[in-house]
Design a binder for this molecule. Structure first.
Ligand code: 5GP
Length: 187
């Protein structure tokens, strides 16, 4: 059976680290590259972390029905899951790994049902989240406030996911995530 694994979390909960770890450790998984209308950050490359589209190009993809889901995750920044990514990965005989925001994750779970394992990564606390975002240093203070407000809201959806991984000690979270994914893929 073709499967998908969905990882959602409030921003700064350590989701990207966990997702990167799984991609290295679990060869059956391949990353679904989303499209986004936000500009690349740092060393991000088109076609690697994201497909970076202009607003117009993003809208064209919406009109063509290219997205399984899309959302304006932050004001003025749209992100979407491309149907073609899922088809590409399944055609390779692999399972899809999604790194997606909480609402998008729940939407994908609705679409894929039992074929999906929806995992919520929980940060130990909002204060820890705040510290991590400051340490990451990629966002302005205003952006950080925006992300924290959103995180508080997103935490309220945790219990709608199939399972929760608490990211307090990173090593424990990595092991827990790996075990849960391996179990899901093995049945
Ligand atoms: P960032 O800009 O930090 O890379 O991502 C911001 C948020 O958008 C993250 O929570 C990320 O998981 C989410 N995101 C990435 N791709 C998608 C997507 O295709 N759909 C939705 N709904 N959210 C996405």
């Amino acid at each position: 059976m073709h499967k998908v694994v969905i990882f959602s979390a409030p921003s700064g909960a350590g989701k990207s680290t966990i997702v990167r770890h799984l991609l290295r450790q679990v060869p059956e998984l391949a990353f679904s590259i989303s499209a986004t209308s936000r500009p690349p950050r740092g060393r991000e490359q088109d076609g690697k972390e994201y497909y970076f589209l202009s607003e117009t190009a993003f809208q064209e993809q919406i009109d063509r029905g290219a997205f399984l889901e899309w959302e304006e995750v932050y004001p003025g920044c749209r992100y979407g899951t491309l149907r073609s990514e899922v088809e590409r990965i399944w055609a390779e005989g692999k399972s899809v790994l999604f790194d997606i925001d909480v609402i998008g994750g729940l939407n994908l779970k609705k679409i894929f049902g039992d074929r999906a394992l929806a995992v919520f990564i929980e940060p130990p606390s909002v204060e820890t989240l705040h510290r991590r975002l400051i340490k990451r240093g990629t966002d302005s203070p205003e952006k950080i406030c925006e992300r924290i407000d959103k995180a508080k809201y997103e935490m309220s959806f945790a219990d709608r996911f199939d399972t929760i991984v608490l990211n307090d000690r990173l090593e424990d979270a990595l092991a827990d995530a790996e075990e849960k994914v391996a179990k899901f893929l093995s049945v």
